[in-house]
Design a protein around this ligand. Structure first.
Ligand code: MSP
Length: 656
């Protein structure tokens, strides 16, 4: 049996999932289903990228231990994907123990081969994309600061001891590989970009950081943490059993490596088509067969990103659209490899046009006729006049042609064109029904054979197209399958196993259910606009970027000036201080704050601070904290600096 190993990028847990993430996952899932249906032994991997400075910072901001923080976000990814019935065989987490161990082995192999050396790094770094930038690559900010060209955020100046990967040594081998295997980077246009990049100056790459702690330590030098991309890319090996016992270890790894397809967004192509093959060559490991780079979903003309605040909310998609509609839209609307603009209007048009009026209508009219005219039983093809037989043959040929084109296009990852081919056949069957007018034939007893041929041909076409479309519309095709009276799972029926008119006749159809009901475009658009204008709870919880709240939200928080009356350490805790504070209330309040490592309790007495006065009380180490003191979180370690006033203010004064 042919194997097929495909991967999505592993998603950063510095942001909650949005359509951009779901997109790659849906496409990968469709390919996995497509290959499985055609008899391949598929291994489909997805997962999460959980190390790095940015994640450490976000956890500090959220006031959580880093692992707890990443667990929450990983869960939100899993929950976001779950309704879409993603059929991944494994979910890799870079915090998994087997991954951490095998990354160290992978590193050691490259090191033993002489491709990793120690030196000093000085340069600019973006913690958001975990990438190093030269001054010429960086963007200039209004105040002269250097900004990340992708995130528009200030770059960090990094000056530290670092291990380097000898990327420069791989220039010729990479170029040879691109030349010898034209399918290694796809599509063609992107391949050319990568080739020009590699032909330019290819500098050695800093692959460790001493200032980042949240990651995998360098073997035998734990003061250094392995660069997050070195760690992340290795997931494609570690998750299938490279240098570990996971999933059967070596045997499993030998079965599936090299990967047949890495799906990646164009923003991370360089990591996958330059760094990754070079790391693999250094470790003496075979290279993957294809890295396919897809385009970006834009929203309002810009790449969708949480930082820009223009992401398509998965909650809205869930609320108004069937899962298959979202999947179909992703595959059909965007030419795979190019950027596409997302609008709810175009999604609604695809649903009403292609799905409701196309496949949905064909299914419901065909099945309804079988129910009404033949008591729910699919007839044998009747003997009709030559003209009608010709027409039925045209339908059969159109479906056969769709089968050939669909596979040809899907094999090349041209999903949009593959679906167009299937829809051309749907239109042909529709025309056949409209031309033959079965509702008229049904009124004439001597046309009974002709009616049988029309019904037989259209159910057969529906049967075929349902099978063909199963990877792209998994839920609705299963429903049509059952309505056609079939049992089992359509996803397991190989389209190549079907022959025209070989099954179905004499079969009782199932209960008819609407597949894609038409959506009320105006009503849904109005509602979506309203939701978008209202800040969402999930947005407010976002660990990165700014999410706006309105004045009503702000006014829910009661901030007051308060004076610290007493302060002492909490026994057996190095972090907590217990204080009493005066808010000009009948009794002082007791507050706990995690500032003991930075503030001497004696020196705090008499100090004016800002307190969130209406925070639900909670117990910490057996003491009730009746509010929260505000502090800035400073530096990588999140050092608290208490907020206060320059001028004097009375206790209890309200901040607004
Ligand atoms: N963690 C790295 C990948 C490491 S793989 C060894 C990463 N993560 S990410 O979460 O930022 O992005 C994951 C994928 O989502 C990328 O392929 C990226 O292109 C894709 N998308 C993020 N936003 C997108 C759109 N707006 N549109 C389409 N895909 C987008 O990069």
């Amino acid at each position: 049996m042919n194997k097929f190993y495909l991967t999505t990028p592993i998603y950063y847990v510095n942001s909650y999932p949005h359509l951009g993430h779901l997109y790659t996952t849906l496409v990968a899932d469709t390919i996995a289903r497509y290959k499985r249906q055609r008899g391949f032994d598929v291994f489909f991997l997805t997962g999460t990228d959980e190390h790095g400075l940015n994640i450490e910072r976000a956890a500090n901001q959220a006031g959580l231990p880093v692992k707890e923080h990443v667990d929450r976000i990983v869960n939100s990814f899993k929950t976001a994907f779950a309704p879409y019935h993603i059929t991944n065989d494994h979910w890799v987490r870079t915090t998994d123990e087997y991954h951490r161990q095998s990354v160290a082995t992978f590193w050691q192999k490259a090191m033993d081969a002489g491709y990793i050396y120690k030196d000093h790094y000085e340069g600019w770094y973006c913690a958001n994309c975990n990438n190093f930038y030269t001054e010429s690559e960086a963007k200039a900010g209004a105040d002269g600061a250097l900004l990340c060209p992708s995130h528009d955020r200030p770059l960090d100046r990094v000056k530290e001891e670092s291990y380097f990967f000898r990327l420069s040594a791989f220039r010729d081998s990479l170029l040879d590989h691109y030349e010898k295997y034209p399918d290694f980077i796809r599509p063609e246009a992107r391949r050319n970009e990568v080739i020009s990049f590699v032909k330019g100056e290819l500098n050695d790459l800093s692959v460790s950081r001493v200032s980042v702690k949240w990651g995998i330590p360098v073997p035998n030098d734990p003061a250094h943490t392995i660069y997050v991309w070195f760690d992340a890319l290795a997931n494609y090996l570690t998750a299938i059993g490279f240098a570990n016992e996971h999933l059967g270890g070596e045997e499993h790894y030998r079965k599936f490596w090299p990967a047949d397809l890495h799906l990646v967004g164009k923003d991370i192509l360089r990591f996958h088509s330059v760094y990754w093959p070079a790391f693999l060559m250094a470790a003496g490991i075979e290279l993957p067969k294809t890295v396919f780079s897809h385009g970006m979903w834009l929203s309002g003309g810009r790449k969708m990103s949480k930082t820009l605040g223009n992401v398509v909310d998965l909650g809205i998609l869930q609320k108004y659209f069937q899962r298959d509609s979202v999947r179909y839209f992703c595959l059909r609307e965007m030419v795979f490899g190019q950027d596409g603009d997302f609008t709810y209007e175009s999604l609604l048009e695809r649903v009403n046009g292609d799905l409701a009026s196309g496949l949905g209508n064909l299914a419901s009219r065909t099945l309804t006729m079988v129910r009404n005219f033949r008591n729910g039983e699919i007839p044998e093809a009747g003997k009709a006049n030559a003209a009608l037989i010709d027409q039925a043959n045209v339908v059969r040929d159109a479906v056969r042609q769709a089968f050939v084109e669909f596979d040809r296009e899907f094999d090349q990852y041209n999903f949009s064109r593959g679906l167009e081919a299937a829809w051309a056949a749907i239109a042909r069957v529709d025309k056949f029904i409209s031309d033959a007018k079965p509702w008229d034939l049904a009124k004439k007893p001597d046309e009974s054979q002709a009616l049988d041929l029309v019904l037989r041909t259209s159910t057969e076409a529906l049967h075929h197209l349902t099978t063909l479309l199963a990877p792209a519309l998994p839920e609705s095709t299963q429903s049509i399958w059952e309505q056609l009276g079939e049992s089992g799972a359509v996803k397991d029926v190989n389209p190549a196993s079907l022959t025209w008119n070989d099954r179905g006749a004499g079969k009782k159809i199932g209960e008819i259910k609407p597949i894609f009901p038409r959506l009320d475009k105006k009503k849904i658009m109005d509602e979506i606009k309203q939701i978008e204008a209202t800040p969402q709870e999930t947005e407010a919880k976002s660990p990165v970027g700014i999410s706006y709240i309105n004045i009503d939200d702000f006014s829910k928080v009661e901030l007051r000036a308060a004076e610290i009356l007493t302060a002492e350490r909490v026994p057996k805790s190095d972090k907590l201080l217990r204080m009493t504070v005066d808010l000009a209330e009948p009794k002082p309040r007791q507050l706990l704050a995690g500032i003991a490592q930075y503030y001497d309790p004696e020196k705090l007495v008499g100090r004016k601070v800002i307190v969130v006065a209406n925070l639900e009380p909670r117990k910490l180490r057996g003491f009730e904290s009746q509010g929260m003191i505000l502090a800035a979180s400073v530096g990588d370690e999140g050092r608290p600096v208490l907020a206060g006033f320059v001028e004097d203010v009375p206790n209890g004064a309200k901040l607004k």
